[in-house]
Design a protein around this ligand. Structure first.
Ligand code: F6P
Length: 479
């Protein structure tokens, strides 16, 4: 099936251009981004690469790093780069805030506080980034086991608390607003469970110090971060304290350093030679030139299994907008629906449809070449599966039997690093943040607000009041 940009099938593009594999890829920091299997010829790539200039991306990037208002609906800058680096625009406050939460993380990680478990309560950006980092970089050397509570699941909470001791369990309430219903309901349950240990064993990572103190936290246990930190950009702030407690402040600092290196790369030269911008241009091509409404992120390094969950919020909550910066309805599609998970698992669930069903679902396959702690044969099998899926998606297969036919020409890109480490993960996550920003500039939308989630929350409150305490009859639900 030829795509709307009318290139020849990818197999033909490779045959006609022996140098394609090298030309349609880039190296940036520890990452290699290979987009040669996208249905894009050299003219198409040149046209894409010229787009940043047409929207003066360089100037928009300068605004971002200078702390200018890039979130007009909330009249806020977006200085998440300052949380991990030394951005002058943010002042010294963030340095002290970072010192405080990393100091606590170090005492938790070493066991100096005598705690064996840490329960992190948070949702969305107050959960997804820290959980991904803790999962990806866990070296099993922490004094604390970290347990992640996000959505309301009282059975899981009961099971967890039956296994914990309030004397040796710490709680982190992560909430920028300190007003998210799910988080506060769970925080109240944990406050009751901790009893006399509550004030000594509970910390908050929040931009609303007043609300955290009103909840009963000791002031010195409130780990503040600035209100210009977007929830989905808050991993780098004290919201990351639980991840830092699990992996250790040393690795967390390496994560911050990797992200800062990506910041400097993006601010220095935001063009198609950078991973951030090429990710943006690839997503632009898939969403607007090929009109493909989905995007899969599939991890063939199992440590990145939660990457698609993190990117689901980062991309969809940032780019899922219906009006532009002039408050006019957008005249083209915006966010794709992001899905994903772990590589070979999905080969036994969704890949049949992605190979043979008529609809095309573009994929980014993310993996690593080596992992010193993995079994070499398993690591090699992961890489072989990644390359095998990419080959089948791009080139298809024709056996003469219709039911065995794979059309191929399914857009797939590879994002590989030689060996995944904290620095490389930081570089990758920051690069995706900047890719989202670059796309927002291309699409003239605000990536830093999320007004779309407010009405659901408001209605939920109304229904909670209408449902009240009485038994609910399934055939008598309020309209
Ligand atoms: O989903 C809406 C949202 O505001 C996200 O942007 C945010 O990450 C999440 O809810 C949690 O918000 P908070 O950190 O304020 O509890």
């Amino acid at each position: 099936m030829l795509h709307k940009n009318n290139t020849a099938p990818v197999s033909e593009l490779f045959r006609a251009d022996p140098d394609r594999g090298r030309h349609f890829c880039l190296r940036d920091g520890p990452w290699r981004f290979d987009y040669s299997r996208l249905p894009l010829d050299r003219d198409g790539l040149d046209a894409l690469s010229a787009l940043p200039e047409t929207v003066n991306l360089q100037s928009a990037v300068a605004d971002l790093f200078a702390g200018r208002i890039v979130n007009p609906s909330e009249q806020q800058p977006a200085l998440h780069m300052a949380l991990r680096g030394d951005l002058a625009a943010a002042g010294d406050e963030v340095v002290e805030q970072r010192r405080r939460f990393l100091d606590l993380a170090g005492r938790l990680h070493s066991g100096a506080l005598g705690l064996t478990d840490l329960v992190h309560i948070g949702i969305g950006g107050s959960d997804l980034g820290p959980r991904l980092v803790a999962d990806a970089l866990d070296e099993d050397d922490s004094a604390v086991s970290v347990h992640w509570l996000s959505t309301l699941d009282s059975r899981r909470l009961e099971r967890l608390l039956n296994s914990l001791n309030p004397e040796t369990t710490g709680i982190v309430i992560a909430s920028k607003s300190f007003s998210t219903g799910e988080t506060l309901m769970q925080a109240r349950a944990l406050r009751d469970w901790l009893g006399e240990h509550f004030r000594a064993n509970t910390w908050a990572a929040t931009a609303r110090v007043d609300r955290a103190e009103a909840f009963g936290l000791a002031r010195e246990h409130v780990l503040a971060f600035p209100s210009w930190t977007g929830g989905r950009y808050s991993l780098w702030s004290s919201v990351g304290v639980s991840a830092a407690a699990r992996i250790g402040p040393g690795l967390f600092n390496e994560l911050l350093a990797g992200a800062t290196e990506a910041d400097r790369r993006f601010s220095r030269q935001p063009d198609a030679s950078s991973l951030s911008v090429m990710l943006a241009l690839g997503m632009h091509f898939l969403r607007r030139d090929l009109d493909l409404p989905t995007l899969g992120v599939i991890a063939y390094d199992p440590r990145l299994g939660l990457l698609s969950d993190f990117l689901q919020q980062l991309i969809m909550e940032s780019l899922g907008k219906g009006v532009d910066l002039q408050d006019k309805p957008v005249d083209a599609p915006t966010s794709p629906l992001v899905f994903g998970g772990r590589g070979t698992d999905l080969q036994h669930s969704i890949m049949q449809a992605l190979h043979q069903a008529p609809d095309s679902h573009p994929l980014i396959l993310v993996g690593s070449i080596e992992d010193e702690r993995a079994r070499p044969d398993w690591q090699r099998a992961q890489l072989a599966n990644l390359l095998g899926q990419a080959g089948a998606l791009a080139h298809g297969r024709d056996t003469g039997e219709a039911f065995q036919h794979l059309p191929g020409n399914r857009p797939v890109a590879l994002l590989l690093t030689q060996a995944l480490d904290a620095h490389g993960l930081g570089y990758l996550l920051a690069s995706f943040e900047h890719a989202v920003y670059a796309l927002s500039v291309l699409w003239n939308i605000n990536p830093f607000d999320q007004w779309g989630v407010e009405e659901g929350k408001r209605l939920a409150g109304e229904y909670e009041r209408r449902l009240g305490e009485k038994p609910v009859d399934i055939d008598d639900l309020p309209e």
